[in-house]
Design a protein. Structure first.
Length: 134
Protein backbone atom coordinates (compact mmCIF):
# COMPACT_ATOMS: atom_id res chain seq x y z
CA UNK A 1 0.00 0.00 0.00
CA UNK A 2 3.00 2.30 0.47
CA UNK A 3 4.91 3.17 -2.70
CA UNK A 4 8.61 2.35 -3.13
CA UNK A 5 9.48 6.03 -2.61
CA UNK A 6 7.41 6.14 0.58
CA UNK A 7 9.11 2.99 1.88
CA UNK A 8 12.53 4.46 1.07
CA UNK A 9 11.66 7.67 2.91
CA UNK A 10 10.61 5.71 5.99
CA UNK A 11 13.78 3.61 5.77
CA UNK A 12 15.90 6.79 5.62
CA UNK A 13 14.13 8.28 8.63
CA UNK A 14 14.56 5.05 10.56
CA UNK A 15 18.27 5.00 9.82
CA UNK A 16 18.69 8.63 10.85
CA UNK A 17 16.70 7.86 13.99
CA UNK A 18 19.30 5.20 14.87
CA UNK A 19 22.00 7.85 14.63
CA UNK A 20 20.26 10.43 16.75
CA UNK A 21 22.06 13.76 16.94
CA UNK A 22 24.82 12.60 14.58
CA UNK A 23 25.52 13.98 11.14
CA UNK A 24 25.43 11.09 8.66
CA UNK A 25 26.83 11.23 5.14
CA UNK A 26 24.48 10.54 2.27
CA UNK A 27 26.72 7.76 0.95
CA UNK A 28 26.58 6.03 4.35
CA UNK A 29 22.78 6.24 4.34
CA UNK A 30 22.69 4.84 0.79
CA UNK A 31 24.94 1.92 1.70
CA UNK A 32 23.16 1.05 4.94
CA UNK A 33 19.63 1.32 3.54
CA UNK A 34 20.42 -0.12 0.08
CA UNK A 35 18.82 2.87 -1.64
CA UNK A 36 20.42 4.07 -4.91
CA UNK A 37 22.41 7.25 -4.16
CA UNK A 38 20.76 9.43 -6.81
CA UNK A 39 17.27 8.41 -5.64
CA UNK A 40 18.31 8.87 -2.01
CA UNK A 41 19.40 12.44 -2.74
CA UNK A 42 16.01 13.38 -4.15
CA UNK A 43 14.18 11.86 -1.19
CA UNK A 44 16.49 13.49 1.36
CA UNK A 45 15.98 16.86 -0.32
CA UNK A 46 12.22 16.52 -0.06
CA UNK A 47 12.46 15.38 3.58
CA UNK A 48 14.70 18.37 4.30
CA UNK A 49 12.32 20.84 2.66
CA UNK A 50 9.44 19.38 4.69
CA UNK A 51 11.45 19.84 7.90
CA UNK A 52 11.89 16.18 8.85
CA UNK A 53 15.62 16.19 8.18
CA UNK A 54 18.35 18.76 8.69
CA UNK A 55 21.39 19.04 6.46
CA UNK A 56 24.77 20.63 6.82
CA UNK A 57 27.36 21.07 4.09
CA UNK A 58 31.09 20.82 4.46
CA UNK A 59 33.45 19.00 6.80
CA UNK A 60 31.55 17.25 9.56
CA UNK A 61 28.26 17.75 7.75
CA UNK A 62 25.65 15.39 6.41
CA UNK A 63 22.07 14.67 7.39
CA UNK A 64 20.34 14.40 10.73
CA UNK A 65 16.79 13.67 11.82
CA UNK A 66 15.18 16.82 13.20
CA UNK A 67 14.34 16.25 16.89
CA UNK A 68 10.76 17.46 16.48
CA UNK A 69 10.22 14.89 13.73
CA UNK A 70 10.62 11.94 16.07
CA UNK A 71 7.00 12.27 17.26
CA UNK A 72 5.52 12.70 13.78
CA UNK A 73 3.18 9.90 12.63
CA UNK A 74 4.51 8.06 9.59
CA UNK A 75 1.25 8.82 7.80
CA UNK A 76 2.43 12.42 7.37
CA UNK A 77 5.58 11.21 5.62
CA UNK A 78 3.65 8.81 3.40
CA UNK A 79 1.25 11.62 2.50
CA UNK A 80 4.21 13.89 1.62
CA UNK A 81 5.32 11.43 -1.05
CA UNK A 82 2.00 9.96 -2.14
CA UNK A 83 -0.54 12.69 -1.54
CA UNK A 84 -3.81 12.33 0.32
CA UNK A 85 -5.43 8.97 -0.37
CA UNK A 86 -9.05 8.82 -1.47
CA UNK A 87 -10.58 6.38 0.98
CA UNK A 88 -14.02 6.63 -0.61
CA UNK A 89 -13.06 4.99 -3.89
CA UNK A 90 -14.17 1.53 -4.89
CA UNK A 91 -11.54 -1.20 -4.93
CA UNK A 92 -13.08 -2.35 -8.24
CA UNK A 93 -13.20 1.29 -9.42
CA UNK A 94 -16.92 0.98 -10.06
CA UNK A 95 -18.62 4.35 -10.42
CA UNK A 96 -21.87 3.11 -8.88
CA UNK A 97 -20.28 1.68 -5.74
CA UNK A 98 -21.12 3.70 -2.62
CA UNK A 99 -22.56 3.20 0.87
CA UNK A 100 -26.11 2.90 -0.49
CA UNK A 101 -25.17 0.59 -3.38
CA UNK A 102 -22.01 -1.23 -2.26
CA UNK A 103 -20.06 -3.67 -4.38
CA UNK A 104 -19.17 -7.06 -2.79
CA UNK A 105 -15.86 -5.73 -1.45
CA UNK A 106 -17.06 -2.31 -0.29
CA UNK A 107 -17.41 -3.00 3.43
CA UNK A 108 -14.40 -5.34 3.85
CA UNK A 109 -12.20 -2.91 1.91
CA UNK A 110 -13.42 -0.01 4.04
CA UNK A 111 -12.38 -1.92 7.20
CA UNK A 112 -8.92 -2.60 5.71
CA UNK A 113 -8.48 1.08 4.84
CA UNK A 114 -9.53 2.19 8.32
CA UNK A 115 -7.07 -0.22 9.97
CA UNK A 116 -4.33 0.91 7.60
CA UNK A 117 -5.00 4.57 8.45
CA UNK A 118 -4.94 3.79 12.19
CA UNK A 119 -1.52 2.21 11.72
CA UNK A 120 -0.21 5.24 9.80
CA UNK A 121 -1.54 7.54 12.52
CA UNK A 122 -0.20 5.54 15.47
CA UNK A 123 3.33 4.62 14.37
CA UNK A 124 5.79 7.49 14.85
CA UNK A 125 9.09 8.15 13.10
CA UNK A 126 10.89 7.32 16.37
CA UNK A 127 9.41 3.80 16.19
CA UNK A 128 11.35 3.17 12.96
CA UNK A 129 14.82 3.50 14.53
CA UNK A 130 16.69 0.25 14.31
CA UNK A 131 14.53 -1.09 11.47
CA UNK A 132 16.14 0.69 8.52
CA UNK A 133 18.78 -1.86 7.54
CA UNK A 134 16.78 -5.03 8.21
Amino acid sequence: MISQTGRYALRILGYLGEHEEQWVLGRDIATATRIPANYLGKILNRLRKAGYVRSQKGWGGGFMLDKASRAVPIGEVVELFEGKKDSTGCVFELRRCNAKHPCPLHEPWQRVQEQYQRMLDSVEISDLAGEAAK
